[in-house]
Structure formats: structure tokens, C-alpha cells
Design a protein around this ligand. Structure first.
Ligand code: TRP
Length: 451
């Protein structure tokens, strides 16, 4: 088939920043601290770090490798590698559907960040007492109207960037925003360091106390969080990898991306928990945690309002560089499968995801009595199913393709092309054949009680 040359990143750094932009998002700043809180910290954090190292990095290499070899979004890439009628295409569709679902509730949380940006601009945190700041979140969560409005605004922003394409849209924004976020996190960290709860927070996060550990369900949560945070298991890294030049080092890129992502998650935890322990808030507050605690810091700092505005702006940007990768997977699939134009694919998928996101946006108000999985709200249920089921299963599938089912020569050749350390190939191969899929499968089966 005669094909136009596929779009590419402008540079190697451009890819790393865009992929890190996909990885670093609400998963790091909003989700990591609250799941750490709910799972008792300590051992949970250790398991998380181990899963990034042993499962995350090998699978990220596998995704980028499959994408670059297969030159397409998940379904197309798997078809190109495994053959037209291969059942592995289903793995690509599962990933695409998962991206659709994740974006639908992710955009709701990003909407909360927009609301908080707005609140910082108008000075809402300064108008109430410090003890009342956490209740502002409950006000937002129970407002049907605002949740839907912000969801619409955020989806429109995401579509705006993805309309712009690879180099002009996604890469250009990431280059400016990622470094800014990092600097601001360091400023906030210095501030938390001087709070009286800092020591207790460090003990909570890093001291592996078995008394606070919650067993296999917690381990699965850590593994699922690792997949979510690294944007793995549904083909986002695969799709970004398909825009990568052949002279780029896949292993080196995967390590840099994972390192940056993990660093930001740790920074977020080290910023938030000192506030929780200094003010006697609950580490188990759940999805509202960041929104309930961070404004407390801002309300007390001399330049608090300015910092709050900058912070929530960057949080919106961090969410945007992630949501863009989710929408890119869904849209690229439509462009490739149905030969739609980028404009049409992005508008159709963006609008549908917005509609699908409405039930999540209403989880705290109109639909607050609707529980899908156990006691979970619609919003929590979707996150639970995507993070703890679909992403780990998708990750196992990707490891199986890269390690067992694709042509071994092709996998070796793609790994070594552009590699700075081609001799690492056998290590990666063993990891992706045995270590990663077996570890994920074990944790998964244990957690759902089948082992
Ligand atoms: N990793 C992003 C975050 O931490 C979210 C995200 C973007 C994602 N793309 C993904 C999660 C693909 C899973 C799969 O906020």
C-alpha cells in the first residue's frame, strides 16, 4: 500500500516530553496521593516503586517497540505486526475502548481543576476560614451544573490541542508546560518541608509498617496505579511510539519517562501529606484529597493567591497533556480504520466522550445513589474497572505479543535499532516474557480471589 509518510515528532526530546506529558498528569498529583492515603502508605509506596521498575519499564519498552514497528494506533499496529486476521487486534480495540472510558472520567477531574483555577482567581479560598476550605470541594462535587460545564470546557480544550496534530499541537505545548510544572512543585515542596507535620508525613509515606498494609487488593491497586500513571496498558505509549524516529533509543526513553513520572508522583505525596498531618485532616479522604488540602497551603502563604493560580493552571495543563494522549489514540484509530480526516475523527470522538462522561460528572449529585461496582459511584466504578482490570490485562496482552507472539527477529531488530545499549536486549526479553506478565497475572488472580 502506497502511504504518505507518517507524522513524526520534531526531535527526540520532543518525544520524551510528549510521552512524559502523557504520563505526568492527574494520576500523579490527584490520584497517587489519595490512593496512597487509602492504602496506608509505606508498603504500598514500596510495591508501587517495585512495579514501576519490574513491570512498568519493560512494558513501556514493549508498547513503544510495537508502535514503532507496527506504525499505527493499537489496532493497526497489531494488524501490521501480527497479520490481517489476527485475534490480537482485539487487544487493540480493548485498549482503544479503555482510552475512551478513562478520558470520560479523567475530564471530570480535570474539570475540578478548572473550577479550582477559577476559585483561585476569584479568591474563594481566602473568603472562608482554613477549616472550611475542605468543604468547598463538597460544594463542587454535589453541583451537577458545574461538573457538566467544566467537563465540556475541558473536552473542548483537549480537542483543540489534538486538532493541531503531532508536532504543532501535542509536542509544542508539552515543551513549555512540563518544565513549568516541575519548578512549581519544587517551590511547594520547600514550603511543605517547613510544616510541622513533615516528619510524620515522611513516616507515613516511606516507613513500611505492616500494620498499615492491606493485602493483595492493595498490591493490585499499586500495580493498577503504576499502569495508569505511566499511561500503559491501552496503547497510548504504543501510539506515541508510532510517531518515533528509528534512530531513537527505546529503552533510554522509557527509563527517562518513567523516572520523571515517578518523581512527580513522589513530589506530590511529599507536598500533600505534610498538610494533612499538620492540620489533622484525613489521609483517606479519597478523590477530593488534593482539592481539600492544597488550598490550605495557598491560603497561608504570603504570595498564596498567585501560587494557587499558577498551580491550578499547571494542573490543568498536566491534565491536558495526558487527556490529549487519550484522545489521540481514539481519534488516530478512527482516522486509520475509517479513513476519516483528523478534524472529523477528533470532533466525533471528543463529542461522544463528553456525552459518555456526563454520568461521571453527575456522580456526586443527581446520580449519587447509583452504584455500579460494589459501593462505588459511577465515577469510581469506571476508574476501578479501567485501572485495576483493563490496564493490567492490556499490559499482559502487550507483554505476550512482544515477548512470545511476534516474530522474535523483528522484536530484536526493533529493540536494537537506535539503542544506546543493544546488549540489554536479553534482559528486556526475559522480563517481558516472564517477569512482567507473571507478576501482573499473579497479583491480579490473588486480588480477585482466584489464587
Ligand atoms: N498517565 C496519565 C496520568 O497519570 C493518564 C493517562 C494518559 C493514561 N494516557 C493514559 C492512563 C493511558 C492510562 C492509559 O494522569
Amino acid at each position: 500500500m502506497a502511504q504518505q509518510r507518517r507524522s513524526h515528532w520534531g526531535s527526540k526530546l520532543g518525544f520524551i516530553l510528549a510521552a512524559a506529558g502523557s504520563a505526568v498528569g492527574l494520576g500523579n498529583i490527584w490520584k497517587f496521593p489519595y490512593v496512597t492515603g487509602q492504602n496506608g502508605g509505606g508498603i504500598f509506596v514500596l510495591v508501587y516503586l517495585a512495579s514501576v521498575l519490574l513491570v512498568g519499564i519493560p512494558i513501556m519498552v514493549a508498547e513503544i517497540l510495537i508502535g514503532r514497528r507496527g506504525q499505527g494506533s493499537p489496532v493497526t499496529a497489531l494488524e501490521n505486526i501480527m497479520g490481517q486476521g489476527s485475534p490480537w487486534k482485539l487487544l487493540g480495540w480493548l485498549g482503544t475502548a479503555t482510552g475512551f472510558v478513562i478520558l470520560s472520567y479523567y475530564a471530570v477531574v480535570a474539570g475540578w481543576a478548572l473550577d479550582y483555577l477559577f476559585k483561585s482567581l476569584t479568591g474563594a479560598f481566602w473568603a472562608v476560614g482554613i477549616d472550611e476550605i475542605p468543604t468547598l470541594f463538597d460544594g463542587l462535587y454535589t453541583s451537577a451544573t458545574w461538573n457538566v460545564i467544566w467537563l465540556a470546557v475541558f473536552m473542548a480544550l483537549t480537542m483543540g490541542v489534538v486538532f493541531g496534530g503531532i508536532k504543532g499541537g501535542i509536542e509544542r505545548w508539552n515543551r513549555i508546560l512540563m518544565p513549568g510544572l516541575f519548578v512549581l512543585l519544587l517551590v511547594l515542596l520547600v514550603n511543605s518541608f517547613f510544616m510541622k507535620g513533615f516528619g510524620e508525613a515522611m513516616r507515613f509515606i516511606f516507613y513500611p509498617d505492616p500494620a498499615r498494609f492491606k493485602g493483595w487488593a492493595s498490591i493490585l491497586e499499586a500495580v493498577g496505579q503504576g499502569f495508569f500513571s505511566l499511561s500503559l496498558g491501552m496503547g497510548a505509549m504504543l501510539t506515541y511510539g508510532s510517531y518515533l524516529e528509528k534512530d531513537s533509543d527505546i529503552l533510554g526513553s522509557a527509563i527517562s519517562i518513567s523516572f520523571l513520572d515517578t518523581l512527580v508522583a513522589m513530589l506530590a505525596a511529599c507536598i500533600l501529606f505534610p498538610v494533612i498531618f499538620s492540620f489533622g485532616f484525613e489521609p483517606q479522604a479519597g478523590p477530593g484529597l488534593v482539592f481539600k488540602t492544597l488550598p490550605v497551603i495557598f491560603a497561608q502563604l504570603p504570595a498564596g493567591q498567585l501560587l494557587a493560580v499558577v498551580f491550578f493552571l499547571l494542573l490543568v495543563f498536566a491534565a491536558l497533556t495526558s487527556s490529549v494522549s487519550l484522545l489521540e489514540v481514539v481519534s488516530a484509530s478512527l482516522m486509520e480504520r475509517l479513513s476519516w480526516s483528523r478534524r472529523k475523527a477528533v470532533s466525533m470522538s471528543g463529542a461522544t466522550i463528553f456525552l459518555f462522561g456526563i454520568p461521571s460528572a453527575l456522580s456526586g449529585s443527581v446520580l449519587s445513589d447509583l452504584h455500579l461496582v460494589g459501593e462505588r459511584s459511577v465515577f469510581d466504578s469506571l476508574d476501578y474497572l479501567a485501572s485495576n482490570w483493563s490496564l493490567p490485562l492490556g499490559g499482559i496482552g502487550i507483554a505476550l505479543v512482544a515477548g512470545w507472539f511476534m516474530d522474535a527477529k523483528a522484536s530484536r531488530e526493533e529493540y536494537e535499532t537506535g539503542a544506546k545499549q543493544p546488549r540489554t536486549y536479553p534482559f528486556w526479553r526475559q522480563a517481558v516474557r516472564f517477569l512482567s506478565p507473571v507478576a501482573v497475572a499473579l497479583v491480579f488472580l490473588k486480588a480477585i480471589g482466584l489464587l
